[in-house]
Ligand binder design. Structure first.
Ligand SMILES: NC(=O)c1ccc[n+]([C@@H]2O[C@H](COP(=O)([O-])OP(=O)(O)OC[C@H]3O[C@@H](n4cnc5c(N)ncnc54)[C@H](OP(=O)(O)O)[C@@H]3O)[C@@H](O)[C@H]2O)c1
Length: 327
């Protein structure tokens, strides 16, 4: 298994496990998933204080703690959403230093850890006091409460601010071969954690179920039928959709943060991850040339989208001209 090393010297396996959709109430299935993850050399687990209002951190933290005597691993969690665990509801967005300090102490307790490997801000806007949040992250790092910090957001203006004014070691955002909007955020400044690698199951053999349940009303400006057309186009290349999805992310040099709800999904996905290594780069390049390049249009200077789209169009035209001029 390939590993990425962050600027804080943390090792993150290329295939990582997102814990948001794990079956917390089925301890047998859950233990099997975690055991398989460790046996497959996965060493990074992604959670958040908000997932199941603290329960995810508590349940996953206790299982990982037990495995800690046998395996080395890193756990990443997130902060910034104030919630009421008893009422199981979100109270408000709160990236203040005081709240982050309090939330981190609670996360450490739930995770049974003295130090959190990676703490991410779970969202954020440019209207927050971003300097205050950054100062608190730095202070937690100095005091040894966290080893590193990052941000999970899709907002370009927020990403730009943190990149320029902080020492984030990771950026988490959705990225897959259809939802390519975050491609412009790929950078050597941080390790990119790609969430949604199988687009909620759309990029799996169960794509038809996902289309009918999760994408009934389309997504990202695509209708349900347009999404089906893209899936069928990718299938024509003769590889499992999952393997194509993973190979795309491997070529982008990002961490694949895969979420699963059953051990059978994880088993299959790990097999597809191996198959992905056998797919030629040209196959992915060809598919990508047929999928529209999308961009986040909000939370940025609108001029930069137009500029980007102009460039994308120029590139598509260049490719077409090249094809026409070839004998
Ligand atoms: N804002 C944030 O920071 C944020 C937001 C979202 C997620 N995340 C993190 O990113 C992780 C991954 O994101 P994601 O869960 O959206 O990833 P994803 O790969 O897009 O979706 C995972 C879901 O896809 C389905 N799936 C996975 N493998 C499958 C297979 N082989 N066959 C059929 N269906 C399959 C399952 O759906 P079913 O559950 O329906 O079976 C699974 O729960 C999360 O676990 C979480 O840790 C972070």
């Amino acid at each position: 298994m390939k590993h990425f090393v962050t600027k804080d010297k943390q090792s993150i396996s290329q295939f990582a496990l997102g814990t948001m959709n794990l079956p917390l109430d089925d301890r047998e299935e859950l233990s099997e998933i975690i055991r398989l993850a460790f046996e497959s050399c996965i060493n990074y687990f992604d959670t958040a204080d908000l997932y199941q209002y603290g329960k995810n951190e508590a349940v996953i933290g206790s299982i990982l703690f037990d495995y800690g005597q046998f395996f080395e691993y890193n756990i990443g969690t997130k902060v910034g959403n104030e919630f009421d665990a008893a009422l199981r509801e979100k109270i408000k967005w709160n990236p203040s230093a005081e709240y982050i300090k309090h939330a981190v102490s609670q996360s450490k307790l739930r995770l049974s850890r003295d130090v959190i490997d990676l703490l991410m801000l779970h969202g954020g806007t440019v209207h927050d006091n971003m300097d205050e949040t950054i100062r608190e992250f730095e202070s937690l790092k100095r005091k040894g409460d966290i080893k590193s910090y990052g941000i999970s957001t899709t907002r370009k203006n927020v990403i730009d601010y943190y990149t320029e004014n902080s020492d984030i070691s990771v950026l988490m955002a959705p990225l897959n071969i259809i939802d390519n909007r975050s491609e412009e955020y790929l950078s050597d400044d941080y390790v990119f954690l790609a969430r949604g690698p199988l687009m909620q199951g759309l990029l799996t053999e169960n794509y038809d179920v996902a289309l009918k349940t999760k994408f009934k009303h389309g997504y990202m400006g695509y209708s349900q039928d347009e999404l089906r057309e893209i899936i069928l186009m990718i299938k024509e290349y003769g590889y499992p959709l999952e393997a194509i999805a993973y190979k795309y992310l491997m070529n982008k040099n990002v961490v694949i943060v895969q979420g699963v709800s059953t051990v059978s999904q994880l088993k299959k996905n790990l097999r597809h991850y191996e198959t992905a290594k056998t797919i030629r780069d040209e196959v992915i390049e060809d598919i990508c040339s047929k999928v529209e390049k999308k961009h986040y249009k909000e939370h940025r200077d609108p001029k930069t989208v137009t500029h980007q789209e102009d460039n994308d169009k120029k590139n598509v035209l260049k490719k077409l001209r090249k094809k026409i001029s070839q004998p």
